[in-house]
Design a protein. Structure first.
Length: 415
């Protein structure tokens, strides 16, 4: 059945449980801050990875664990936070999770060994899951899937601004104050987000489910969600495209700094430009969704995903080892990522308005598990050349495009 847009205008304020109007702008800002905490936690940290690897006497695989262990914890924790948010509400979960994130970030800043740093990063991942699950769920609390995709893309535009500035700030901090200063920036961002949520974000869940965390009903709900073909198609799409993005996040500092010889600051600018391409994608997403529908927007974005993946593999296979041979394909891939993610994240929870937390949690777990295994492979495959990096992006691009052109197009059109 075709999903119809709500009769209210896109700019009309929505009501939360307290009854007061919650404007579209405030929702978009909440999404930018909550979802933006993920790239802050990862991207600001990226320029510091080579330096902390040397300072803590860690191996490359141990250093990669600071990323992959965070992502694994992030994935599993979503399975916990999602049902809890359906039971006690989004706001309470956010306040607990954000406080935990601030504490873990401070601990990571002062970690004295790679093992301690990995442990604090695991706790960061658990806390980060609360922010991301509740952000995805509150969109479904307030909007239908089509308008939700547009509001999500608006929030992700704000996220892209954060992601654009983060690596450059991390690079500057690492160059002039050492790798710990980059982690201190993550702490400051987490504390600021906690303060804004406590001050400005009300509860958005319209009803609470007192049985949401009961094991029997929860497992039954997850089975129902996991068998839904709409959920499967959109979750597969966002997992595949995020797998490629995670290759960029986890491997780019070693490629740009170690292989191509950039300074941490220059690397921060390069990876920040990738975020700019992503931001452009989120703007284009809103136009394409309005003109082509959600399915059509994803279909068109698949061409850019494929072009990015194919070009980076072709250039690496030809032995072209320059910054532009990596950066230009990255721009194409992340531009398309800016279309796939808002469509996929809202599409995955669309069929489940009464259990949006559980659906968001399950989708997030699959996405994070994909990134974890990609990270494990990348830590072993990096060899001082651009080839493993290019191959990882290329394979994820191929998977994303295949899903966008097959599974997603078999779904009822969403306008």
């Amino acid at each position: 059945m075709t999903v119809r847009c709500a009769e209210r205008t896109a700019s009309a304020p929505r009501r939360h449980r307290g009854g007061a109007a919650l404007s579209r702008g405030r929702v978009a800002l909440a999404l930018a801050l909550l979802l933006g905490l993920q790239p802050i936690t990862t991207d600001v940290f990226l320029p510091a990875l080579p330096a902390l690897t040397r300072a803590l006497g860690a191996t490359l695989e141990q250093a990669q664990l600071t990323m992959s262990a965070l992502i694994l914890a992030f994935g599993f924790a979503q399975l916990m936070w999602g049902p809890v948010a359906d039971r006690i509400g989004r706001r309470r979960v956010l306040l607990v999770g954000l406080a935990m994130h601030a504490l873990a970030s401070i601990g990571a800043t002062f970690a004295g060994s790679i093992e301690a740093l990995v442990a604090w990063r695991v706790l960061q991942g658990v806390a980060l899951a609360a922010a991301v699950v509740c952000a995805r769920a509150l969109v479904r609390d307030l909007y239908d899937p089509v308008e939700g995709a547009q509001v999500m893309s608006l929030g992700l535009s704000g996220l892209a601004v954060i992601a654009l500035l983060g690596p450059a700030l991390g690079g500057v901090a690492t160059m002039f104050a050492g790798w710990r200063s980059a982690l201190a920036l993550v702490s400051a961002a987490g504390i600021a987000t906690l303060a804004w949520v406590a001050w400005r974000l009300p509860e958005t869940a319209r009803t609470l489910n007192p049985h949401a965390t009961a094991p029997g009903p929860l497992l039954a709900q997850w089975r129902l969600i996991g068998r839904d073909r709409v959920f499967v198609a959109w979750t597969a799409l966002i997992s595949a495209t995020y797998g490629g993005l995670f290759v960029i996040l986890a491997g780019s500092s070693y490629v740009y700094i170690g292989t191509l010889g950039l300074t941490p600051l220059a690397y921060g600018v390069a990876i920040g430009s990738t975020s700019a391409a992503y931001m452009v994608g989120t703007f284009v997403c809103r136009r394409w969704v309005a003109r082509l529908g959600v399915n059509g927007a994803v279909r068109r974005a698949g061409w850019f995903t494929l072009a990015g993946g194919a070009s980076i593999v072709a250039l690496a296979a030809a032995g072209v080892s320059t910054v532009w041979a990596v950066l230009l394909p990255q721009w194409l891939f992340t531009f398309a990522h800016g279309v796939h993610q808002p469509c996929g994240q809202t599409g995955a929870v669309g069929p489940f308005p009464k259990s949006a937390g559980a659906a968001a949690a399950l989708a997030g777990f699959v996405l994070a598990a994909t990134a974890f295994f990609v990270g494990l492979w990348l830590g072993r495959a990096l060899d001082g050349t651009t080839w493993p990096f290019a191959l990882g992006v290329g394979l994820c691009a191929l998977a994303t495009t295949t899903i966008a052109w097959t599974l997603v197009q078999r779904l009822p059109p969403t306008h």
